[in-house]
Design a protein around this ligand. Structure first.
Ligand SMILES: CC(=O)C(=O)[C@H]1CNc2nc(N)[nH]c(=O)c2N1
Ligand SMILES: O=P(O)(O)OP(=O)(O)OP(=O)(O)O
Ligand SMILES: [Zn+2]
Length: 149
């Protein structure tokens, strides 16, 4: 009789959060079409300068789940990197967010909206309920966290 090997563990599967970090470069201009030029200048200051400015953004993508008893992984981080390549690097790296990314044609390219955009792209590629958090560092001092609310 063929023996089948079954892994049976008495330990409850542990629940983990794993994060992959990715940087990308892009430029933008903070400008709202629903405001006057004067209001834009007043509100966004130097970030409203017509020719825009750049950032080296850093994104932290965190997924959640149980540790698989056979692989020891929540998810293969190599797979997560492929999803990040598709959802973040391809559309955003070395782009002008306002001119090259249709989403930002009528949405102010703040870090808040960028985090939402990245969440919406990532959630389409990941298994249900695995995406936990998107954290975007616009500068060393400006950081936004989005968890899908
Ligand atoms: C600094 C910059 O270069 C910005 O573009 C900043 C300016 N202020 C600001 N405030 C927010 N609440 N969200 C932003 O993305 C942001 N960008
Ligand atoms: O937000 P900014 O434009 O001022 O850019 P920063 O990286 O936060 O630098 P600082 O706050 O020191 O100007
Ligand atoms: Zn900026």
């Amino acid at each position: 009789m063929e023996k089948s090997l079954r892994c049976v563990s008495s330990k409850a599967e542990r629940f983990c959060y794993i994060t992959r970090v990715q940087s990308f470069s892009a430029c933008h201009r903070l400008h709202s079409k629903s405001l006057s030029d004067e209001e834009n200048r007043r509100i966004f200051g130097k970030c409203n300068n017509p020719n825009g400015h750049g950032h080296n953004y850093k994104v932290e993508v965190t997924v959640q789940g149980k540790i698989d008893q056979n692989t020891g992984m929540v998810m293969n981080l190599t797979d997560l990197q492929q999803y990040i390549e598709e959802a973040i690097m391809k559309p955003l790296d070395h782009r002008n967010l306002d001119l090259d990314v249709p989403y930002f044609a009528n949405t102010v390219s703040t870090t808040e909206n960028l985090a939402v955009y990245i969440w919406d792209n990532m959630v389409k590629l990941l298994p249900p309920n695995m995406l936990y958090e998107i954290k975007v560092h616009e500068t060393d001092k400006n950081i936004v966290v989005y968890r899908g609310e």
